[in-house]
Design a protein around this ligand. Structure first.
Ligand SMILES: [Zn+2]
Ligand SMILES: [Zn+2]
Length: 359
């Protein structure tokens, strides 16, 4: 399936959804890659590992010759977005644009990889919780091709990458997340906001593993990792939306799902997601009010059992850790005994989240 939109200015955008391997209860649905036929035409995202040539064929089916595009922009460095990149670049002349952190994190650093990590993984995958059976099948080839990739780095804040095309660095779901604003008409948001599902925030604790690799550009975790950063990015997205009312939102997952289209208003969806995190913080405090617990114990109480099956328990614990990091900052929770958390008795998180601002 491919979808074509023609916006009032005449700008054409093609939606090119590629299938995902992640099914079950944490299913994201396909990844929506987009070909934007602007003055300098480009592609956003490249599907999963092994899908680069499929994407080229999808474009050909709607008479887009990949060689006519100027570049491919990566919304963020998760494998369902950049997996097909090397294959795509090898089959075309396309150059690659991505946030500057992405260019650092796709490389391997055998001398710096954390203890116990796989030395031949790129830095962005050092924390990957997937078992060997998963990454052997899905990722090892992908890791290797990333090593030879040349990336044209995009900076923080707002960057003009073409006539009337701007990127915004909005980290939190991943340290390198970019949104792409197309004039006054549309915004490609990657996984920053999604219909139906809540993008999972990173943990600030991931920073220490990659600090050596990304310094001196970033010297503190809060600048690019964690739930606080993610909520600040959602607030920035609301601010952008205020300046450009009526934008069509092009998300990377769940745009079309279960036989229906999910159009979202960026402001109300971003506010819903902020509210979702406020509620989750409240639920975690309620669980901790019965005594100190580890992230895994909190996850087991908080999430439905079906969400904890398979890799689900790792994803669930990750969510809990990112929320507990925020709750430590709001002084509602303290870390105890190395890997546990305890409630302090206060409930300041809602005010704390409402007072977070971009800078
Ligand atoms: Zn993602
Ligand atoms: Zn994704």
């Amino acid at each position: 399936m491919t979808v074509r939109w023609r916006l009032p200015s005449g700008l054409e955008i093609f939606g090119l959804p590629t299938k995902n391997a992640y099914g079950g209860h944490w299913d994201l649905g396909p990844t929506w890659n987009y070909a934007v036929l602007a003055d300098r035409p480009f592609l956003v995202d490249s599907g999963r590992f092994g899908q680069g040539s499929q994407l080229i064929a999808m474009m050909e089916s709607v008479r887009i010759n990949a060689r006519d595009l100027e570049f491919v922009l990566i919304s963020h460095g998760h494998e369902d977005h950049d997996g097909g990149l090397a294959e795509l670049v090898n089959g075309t002349h396309l150059s690659v644009k991505a946030h500057a952190v992405y260019a650092h994190l796709i490389k391997t650093y055998p001398a710096q990889s954390p203890a116990g990590a796989k030395n031949d993984f790129p830095a962005k995958c050092w924390h990957c919780p997937m078992p060997e059976s998963f990454y052997t099948q899905n990722c090892l080839g992908y890791h290797q091709v990333l090593q030879g990739l040349k990336v044209d780095p995009i900076g923080d804040g707002e960057t003009e990458i073409g006539p009337d095309v701007r990127t915004y660095h909005l980290p939190g779901h991943s340290p390198d997340c970019l949104a792409v604003l197309l004039g006054e008409e549309a915004i490609i948001v990657g996984d920053i906001i999604l219909p139906d599902i809540s993008p999972w925030p990173t943990r600030q604790s991931l920073f220490k593993d990659v600090a050596e690799v990304i310094k001196p550009d970033y010297t503190e975790a809060a600048a690019i990792f964690g739930l606080c950063r993610y909520i600040k990015s959602l607030k920035k997205l609301i601010e952008i939306t205020h300046k450009h009312p009526g934008l069509m939102v092009l998300p990377a997952h769940r745009f079309y799902y279960n036989d229906c289209w999910n159009q979202i208003s960026p402001e109300s969806r971003a506010n819903e997601l902020i509210q979702h995190h406020i509620e989750r913080c409240g639920a975690i405090i309620a669980i901790l009010n019965t005594g100190p617990k580890t992230a895994e114990q909190i996850a087991a109480e908080h999430f439905e059992e079906r969400l904890l099956e398979g890799f689900g328990n790792i994803m669930a614990a990750n969510e809990i850790v990112s929320h507990c990091e925020l709750l430590i900052e709001s002084e509602d929770v303290v870390a105890v005994d190395g890997n546990g958390y305890a409630a302090t008795g206060s409930m300041q998180f809602e005010t704390f989240i409402n007072n977070l601002t971009w800078d």
